[in-house]
Design a protein around this ligand. Structure first.
Ligand SMILES: Cc1cc2nc3c(=O)[nH]c(=O)nc-3n(C[C@H](O)[C@H](O)[C@H](O)COP(=O)(O)O)c2cc1C
Length: 198
């Protein structure tokens, strides 16, 4: 075992155990939409969105900014903080579908400054979620979800927002070599969550 792989093995994962693959016991009725924003090169939050789609199907929409944040970690920290402090909703590429046609909507974001990233805020503000069931999910760098779920609930007062799924993404060191959700977590955590909340 190389020094690097030994070091990686010591880093905390999600569950760390190899349990038998759980079976999805509840399949939702109706149309499913999975919306997410994912910024880093490792695409942690998008990884979770794909796992959700693998499990229950549905349409996946990745939010893309009209003018994406910088690839530099130091710069994205500053750019996103400016948006948050100024309550800016940065323009995103349009979603061609109609939210009204979906029964169950997953919304995902990396945790940024203990809340969701501004581009997800743009999406939430552009659509009418009245009466919709929303399942939020996020990935984080070690600090957990912060107030992300409370903020999603506040942004969607007319939706029924269920318990969220929080998985580890990467911290600043892991970001440099692309170790993220796919290395630490597994789709079975999505199944366990869906069995609990649906
Ligand atoms: C601007 C910025 C702010 C962040 N703030 C937090 C935070 O408050 N708490 C935390 O645990 N991780 C934080 N992170 C780490 C990301 O949440 C984590 O790396 C996430 O998995 C990235 O997901 P992505 O690959 O979908 O972009 C932050 C990262 C960035 C770039």
């Amino acid at each position: 075992m190389s020094f690097l792989s030994a070091l990686l093995a010591l880093l905390p994962g999600c569950s760390g155990k190899k349990a038998p693959e759980p079976v999805l016991t509840k399949k939702p009725r109706g149309k499913v939409l999975i919306v997410c924003y994912s910024q880093s090169g490792t695409k942690n939050t998008l990884t979770v969105a794909k796992w959700i789609r693998e499990k229950i199907g549905g349409e996946l929409f990745e939010i893309v900014m009209e003018k994406p944040y910088s690839d530099s970690y130091a710069k994205v920290l500053i750019e996103s903080k400016k948006h948050m402090d100024g309550k800016v909703l940065p323009p995103i590429k349009p979603f061609a579908g109609k939210i009204a046609e979906y029964d169950l909507i997953f919304v995902g974001s990396p945790v940024w400054y203990n809340t969701f990233a501004p581009p997800l805020g743009t999406f939430l503000s552009q659509h009418d979620f009245s009466g919709k069931t929303v399942l939020p999910f996020c990935t984080h760098g070690g600090g957990g979800p912060g107030h992300l779920y409370a903020d999603i609930k506040a942004a969607l007062p007319k939706a029924r927002v269920l318990e969220g799924l929080t998985l580890k993404g990467h911290n600043i060191i892991e970001r440099t070599f692309g170790r993220g959700t796919a290395d630490k977590c597994s789709p079975s955590e999505v199944t366990e969550w869906l069995n609990r909340v649906l």
